[in-house]
Design a protein around this ligand. Structure first.
Ligand code: SF4
Length: 257
């Protein structure tokens, strides 16, 4: 059953304090080159947890001298280095290479630091114009590098919020994104993004959410309702048990005769 708006607000408050406690210290330093954040977001895609994507990013930075060498290298070679980042390593490598080539072509150098001096609209337009960069990736760069309070919402994130009880449906619509931003408050969005790209992807999987090891299990509507269902024996199974008992009693009476 969907939660009332008041219940959602209370849940969002509890969630906010938990996430800030856990992820507040892990916010990326602003000294980080926004290209690193952009590549990390491409590596995450919609299937890879942040820690795995971070390992793939480290592997790229170790294997290549700089972003320019990545830009001019064959896609297959880049894909070989990031192989651990999901099944779509080749597509991700192609996206990274395409984005780097677009940045180089338009700015004649490989850096996105200039975005910090741009208006939000210009920064967003520029990021969205890059090949290989979708809306989730550009939103992640806006949030983490430019302090723009917008939440990248994709399918896994919408599913996670719906299970938690903050969304009534698991679709990543514009309306859903605004609902989450209103409930959580703008200042918690970076911590929320960290959670969604790390533990929500690793634990809140579509077919088999690992609620036992989830930080939010005590708050989560889905987890609480699943436990309640497990505790409550259904009428059907009780009546089956009853039928089994009656059958065995009849059988034992027959044996005695
Ligand atoms: S408790 Fe389970 S369903 Fe709820 S957010 Fe965590 S993993 Fe997902």
């Amino acid at each position: 059953m969907a939660l009332s708006q008041t219940a959602k607000k209370r849940l969002a408050g509890r969630l906010r304090s938990q996430l800030e406690k856990k992820y507040g210290a892990q916010m990326p330093a602003h000294a980080e080159e926004p290209i690193d954040t952009l590549v990390l977001a491409i590596l995450e895609g919609s299937d890879v947890a942040r820690s795995r994507a971070r390992k793939a990013l480290n592997a790229i930075q170790k294997a290549f001298v700089d972003w320019n060498e990545v830009r001019v290298s064959p896609v297959a070679e880049i894909a070989g280095v990031i192989g651990a980042a999901g099944d779509s390593a080749y597509d991700k490598a192609a996206s990274i290479r395409a984005a780097l080539n677009d940045i180089c072509r338009s700015k004649h150098k490989l850096s996105l630091v200039f975005l910090r001096e741009e208006s939000r609209t210009n920064a967003r337009q520029y990021l969205n114009s890059l090949a290989g960069v979708d809306r989730r990736v550009s939103t992640a760069v806006m949030l983490l590098c430019l302090d723009v309070p917008v939440l990248p919402l994709d399918d896994p994130a919408a599913r996670f919020f719906q299970r938690l009880g903050l969304l009534d449906a698991d679709r990543p619509t514009q309306k859903a994104r605004m609902q989450i931003e209103n409930l959580l408050g703008k200042e918690s969005l970076a911590a929320l993004y960290m959670y969604v790209t790390e533990e929500a992807r690793a634990t809140c999987k579509e077919d088999s959410p690992d609620c036992a090891s989830c930080l939010l299990r005590l708050e989560c509507t889905y987890c609480k309702s699943t436990k309640a269902r497990r505790r409550k024996p259904s009428g059907k199974s009780s009546s089956r048990k009853g039928a089994r008992k009656t059958k065995s009693r009849t059988a034992s009476r027959k044996t005695k005769k």
